[in-house]
Every structure is written in C-alpha cells, then in structure tokens.
Design a binder for this molecule. Structure first.
Ligand SMILES: Cc1cc2nc3c(=O)[nH]c(=O)nc-3n(C[C@H](O)[C@H](O)[C@H](O)COP(=O)(O)OP(=O)(O)OC[C@H]3O[C@@H](n4cnc5c(N)ncnc54)[C@H](O)[C@@H]3O)c2cc1C
Length: 421
C-alpha cells in the first residue's frame, strides 16, 4: 500500500492537467480502466476517489473474454493474468445430488476461438494492478480521500465540487458505483432498488481443501429459491451463496454475517457442498443485499456521463458487473478522445460523442441487466419447472454465453461509425 501512495506523488497536479482534462468520479474497476484508456491516448485525467486509501475488501471478480479483450487493448491483460486464475469450465450442478446439468468448456481451444481468456481474480489484487498501472501515467492525477459531492456545468467546461475544492475539466464521467452521486445529479428520481436477493459471500482457504477434489472452474449449484457459485481466486475458493426472500439490508461490502446464518439456508443441500461451506473462514463471511438500477433511458447530458454500476448496476447472475464497466470504459474513451485532441475542446462534437456512447451502450447493457434478472428466476425454479429447465439448460446456456463473450467493443464501434457516415 505504501508503494501505491508513494507513486501517486509523481503524477501531475490538477492545475498542470488543465481544462481539457477528463474528470472521473470513482477509482473502482471502471473508473481506473477509463483513466488508463484516456491517458494512453495522451488525454490528461483527474480521478477523484472518496476512500482515503485503496480498499482491500471484496472477493472474486469474473472477467469474461468480452472484458479481457478490452484489457488486452489497454495492455492490462498480462499484469492482470499474472494475479488471476484461469478456470477450465463453467459448470451447472444440481443442489441435491451434485449431478452435472450443463458444462461449458473454457479450455485452450475455446480460448483460441475467443481470442481472449476467461479469468477469475481477487478484487483487491485486480485493484492493486490497476493502481500500479495508473501510477505509470504522468498525465493521470489520482486524488484519494476526495469525494465528489456535486458538479456544475457551463459552456467552458464542467467542475466537480469536493470538500477539498472545485476542479474543472472538459468532461465528467461518473464511475462512482451503485450509489453514484453523479447519477443522482443527472437523474434525481432514479435510485437503486432491492431485488429481493441476498448473497452470503465467503472464502475458503485452498490449503484447507482436499487436494485435487475441486476442479479449477466456476460451478453454480441451482436449487429452489437459492443458488451457490464457487470458484478459485488466488489462495482461496470464493463462495457466493444467494437466497431469496430476506428483508432488504444494506447494499454493502462490509456487512459481517455468521456462518450459522449462512448454513441455515442450505441444510438439505448436497452433503459435500455443505461441508465446503462449513470450511469457510469466519472472518470472510459477509452479507450483501443485492440491489440493481432500473435501466436508464440515457446516461449523458451535455458534458457529463456515467459508466459501470453508476448507470447499470445489475445482479451478479451473469457475472458481468465488472465486464460491462470495462466495455463502457473502452467505448467511451474511443469516442471522446478525438474531441479532446491537442487540448482544444469542441463542445458540440463532445456532446455528440456522448450521445453516440449512449446509443452504443444502452441496448447491450439493458440486455445484460435483463438477463441477470431473468437468471434470478431461472436459477431458483422448483419442481417440474426446474426439471424442464435442466433438460433445456445445456443448449440455451451456450447461446447466451456465446453472444455475451464474443462481443468485441472495437468491431462494434467500427460498425457503428461506418453506419453513421
Ligand atoms: C469495495 C468494493 C468491493 C467489491 N467487491 C466485489 C466482489 O467481491 N465481487 C463482485 O462481483 N463485485 C464486487 N464489487 C462490485 C464491482 O467492483 C462492480 O460491480 C463492478 O466492478 C463495476 O465497477 P464500477 O467501477 O462501476 O464500480 P465500483 O467498483 O463499485 O467502484 C466505484 C468507486 O467509486 C467510489 N465512489 C463512490 N462514490 C463516490 C463519490 N461520490 N466520489 C468519489 N468516489 C466515489 C467508490 O468508493 C468505488 O471505489 C465491489 C465494489 C466495491 C466498491
């Protein structure tokens, strides 16, 4: 952590970066990827993060090829892959017998076809890599402990208002997560809503597991009103145990939960699975009430826009939260960078680029949000409906996953711009 603090002092001051800079609220996964994407193209960036230091909370993040393709184009894939795990398959199993219902191979042949790998990564490791990469760009100023409270726009630019002062740039990106203040400024009537789903998150030390017993893959166990997802991240197995029907709690990453409360929901489940939950490190068990954001009709207004959870927070049931934020960062930087070239800002062209961004990203993210919501029903079916689902699962799953993972931000952008001409 001290390395991160030391390196940030080498970056430019906000004054030096000037009015042609991009302002980013939030140094999460989406905000940092966007900062790097702009900085690589020579655009000055100011990032404001409310946390005083990089946070070490969080557990597993899944990065599918649609996201790792963007990371590769930003030269981030290699450093991230070094701290990540490569799953061999995505598998669905029955909650009661552990029987395999469907399996999607993620082997070398599949990775070659995709042109990009599927990765599992421990969020604090991913954040460390991104922060280290940011420190290598002198045109990024990352201000920790600086919460964006509001923003103000005029013809000459946009300013963020923080308790440490006001900072001006050409465009503001709200990458400030599910409780985004920038989104509230743009759309005061829209707020995250409780989905009726609660996740118990836990980690099991890999050295506590019988050797070779658990394959390196993502496994989802479907059961009535509940499901469990397991996969390895670094030295741990990451468990996400979702139950429906609990009263809404805090949307928080740091709400502790007891092992007994978690286990109580899974009493009649496949016995080896229950044994696995029993091995969870009590210090790592958290309860996470799952909220999402209703699809917004637009994300941008004038010189302000949004990305990631700020505009499309979704249930994690397609494992696409981080992936969509990374896709957003790739598209937004490619569209906006030309408008900021040579530090001369063309306000009209900038607005038009932000409208293009909305047009390109809204349909894709609405589709993914809706798919994640649909999975809340599909994963939790009971009785005959569950039996029919299991029979249909293998084929249907592959089609959706293919459409998700084959998506290429650069091709999508090229086609869109060609059609516009
Ligand atoms: C601490 C934490 C732990 C997480 N752990 C997991 C996990 O284990 N598994 C999982 O699937 N997903 C996790 N997530 C969510 C996941 O990172 C996101 O769903 C996804 O990556 C989309 O990223 P994002 O950049 O849009 O938002 P986020 O990753 O949520 O980042 C938003 C950032 O904005 C900052 N911020 C918020 N408000 C302001 C403000 N007003 N001014 C300045 N900064 C602000 C936040 O502190 C945060 O750093 C976690 C998120 C956080 C914040």
């Amino acid at each position: 952590m001290s390395d991160v603090q030391a390196t940030q002092h080498r970056t430019s001051s906000p004054e030096a970066l000037g009015k042609a800079s991009v302002l980013i609220a939030g140094a999460g996964i989406g905000g940092l990827c966007a900062a790097i994407a702009f900085a690589r193209a020579g655009v000055p960036v100011q990032v404001f993060e409310q946390q005083p230091l990089p946070v070490t909370v969080g557990a597993g993040i899944q990065l599918s090829p649609n996201a790792t393709r963007v990371l590769a184009s930003l030269e981030l894939l290699d450093p991230i892959a070094r701290v990540a795990t490569r799953p061999q398959a995505l598998e669905t199993r029955s909650y009661r017998s552990g029987r395999v219902i469907a399996r999607h191979e993620l082997n070398a042949e599949w990775t070659n076809t995709m042109g990009a790998p599927y990765l599992h990564v421990y969020r604090p490791d991913l954040m460390r890599v991104l922060i280290e990469q940011v420190a290598g760009y002198p045109n990024i100023h990352l201000a920790w402990g600086t919460r964006v409270d509001a923003f103000r726009e005029d013809d000459g630019g946009v300013s963020v208002i923080t308790e440490k002062g006001e900072f001006t740039g050409a465009v503001l990106i709200g990458a400030d997560g599910i409780h985004s203040r920038v989104a509230s400024g743009l759309f005061p009537d829209v707020s995250p809503t409780y989905t009726g789903q609660t996740a118990y998150r836990a980690l099991v030390r890999a050295d506590q597991l019988p050797p070779g017993h658990y394959p390196v893959q993502a496994t989802v166990y479907w059961g009535p009103g509940r499901h469990i997802v397991s996969y390895f991240v670094g030295d741990y197995m990451n468990l996400v145990c979702v139950v429906e029907g609990e009263a809404p709690g805090k949307e928080s990453w740091v709400e502790p939960a007891s092992k007994a409360a978690m286990l109580a929901h899974f009493k009649a489940w496949h016995e080896p699975l229950v044994r696995l939950l029993e091995r969870a490190d009590p210090e790592t068990i958290y309860k996470w009430s799952l909220y999402d954001r209703p699809p917004l009709p637009a994300w941008s207004r004038s010189r302000v826009t949004l990305l990631g959870d700020a505009c499309h927070a979704m249930l994690p049931f397609l494992a696409q939260g981080a992936a969509m934020a990374i896709e957003d960062a790739g598209v937004l930087s490619a569209l906006v960078t030309p408008m900021l070239a040579n530090r001369k800002v063309d306000g009209v062209a900038l607005r038009s680029a932000l409208q293009d961004y909305d047009q390109l990203r809204l349909a894709r993210t609405h589709w993914v949000q809706a798919g994640a919501r649909r999975n809340a029903t599909v994963f939790h079916l009971k009785g005959i409906a569950a039996w029919l689902r299991n029979r249909a699962a293998a084929k249907a799953g592959h089609r959706t996953l293919d459409r998700l993972y084959r998506f290429d931000v650069e091709t999508n952008l090229r086609n869109f711009l060609a059609q516009k001409k």
